[in-house]
Design a protein around this ligand. Structure first.
Ligand SMILES: NC(=O)c1ccc[n+]([C@@H]2O[C@H](COP(=O)([O-])OP(=O)(O)OC[C@H]3O[C@@H](n4cnc5c(N)ncnc54)[C@H](OP(=O)(O)O)[C@@H]3O)[C@@H](O)[C@H]2O)c1
Length: 261
């Protein structure tokens, strides 16, 4: 029997990451689970080992800290069994832009954006060399909607979408599949952690439903999966409008509207 590749999942101690761990375990993949909360990771790992015939390692790491990020990078570079990376760890940020502290903003950008790039960069050379493997980046529909007023969080997720599209463009021809998953409001701890008022929450999707849909997209090799979006032709039109602008970007003169006083 062919051994399935191992999957490294960040933010695996709760919510979407823990659900990915559960689903990949059921598919027979061994796992490397990453998060800060070691006891939660241990509890999850031991139940996954019991229920499935797989290995589960845990790595405690705070993915805002350079030395901890480096620890995960080293594992991704060295462990040839890992062929799937789920870049899922992330957080939100309460309050309005002018009230958020620069420290909190900086930490959020490191966790939600910089770490995602660093881990993708750590595993990519190996996957390209092998000509197979996958990177799943968990973004958010908030990255498409500045009007939600979650500006810095949304900007980190717009970064994840762009990064995923760019990586897909570069790596897919080399055999490496990259998927951006864009959840909308999903029932996890992220809301309370970010200090959201639970009474003001929108209707939330069940986390199992979200991850199962994302995995359907994964199996279909979708570049972008948006589980809650009913009409995918809207996304296709959005992409087509973006691509249609490219010839215009090549003009070497300012557009007429700027030349008329
Ligand atoms: N839930 C939603 O409505 C929603 C919607 C769109 C996108 N998303 C995205 O989905 C991803 C997962 O979020 P979730 O909803 O599942 O929330 P969650 O239940 O709060 O899970 C977040 C995970 O990230 C880990 N994490 C947080 N800060 C970390 C740090 N500094 N270092 C290492 N790990 C850290 C947490 O573990 P520890 O605390 O143990 O470190 C936890 O495992 C995030 O990227 C989020 O932006 C969520």
């Amino acid at each position: 029997m062919q051994i399935k590749p191992s999957v490294l999942i960040t933010g695996a101690s709760s919510g979407i990451g823990a659900t990915y761990a559960n689903r990949f375990a059921k598919r027979g993949h061994s796992l490397v689970l990453v998060a800060r909360n070691k006891s939660r990771l241990e509890t999850l790992a031991s139940s996954l080992r019991q229920e499935n015939d797989i290995n589960v390692d845990i790595l405690q790491a705070d993915l805002t800290q350079p030395e901890d990020i480096a620890k995960i990078e080293t594992r991704l570079q060295a462990d040839r069994k890992i062929e799937i990376l789920v870049n899922n760890a992330g957080a939100g940020l309460a309050g309005n832009f002018e009230q958020q502290s620069l420290d909190d903003i900086t930490q959020l950008i490191i966790l939600n954006s910089l770490t995602v790039v660093r881990l993708a960069r750590a595993i990519s050379p190996r996957l390209v060399e092998k000509g197979s493997g996958a990177i799943i980046n968990v973004g958010s529909v908030v990255g498409l909607v500045p009007e939600f007023g979650q500006t810095v969080y949304g900007a980190t997720k717009a970064f994840v979408l762009y990064l995923s599209q760019g990586l897909s463009f570069e790596l897919l021809p080399k055999g490496v599949y990259v998927q951006a998953v864009l959840p909308a409001a999903t029932r996890t701890e992220i809301w309370e952690r970010a200090g959201a008022d639970l009474n003001n929450l929108p209707p939330l999707m069940d986390v199992g439903e979200l991850v199962d849909a994302a995995l359907v997209g994964f199996d279909r090799k979708e570049a972008i999966s948006i589980p809650p979006l009913p009409d995918i032709s809207q996304w296709d039109s959005y992409q087509a409008a973006r691509l249609a602008m490219i010839p215009g970007f090549a003009n070497n003169h300012a557009a007429k509207r700027y030349l008329e006083g």
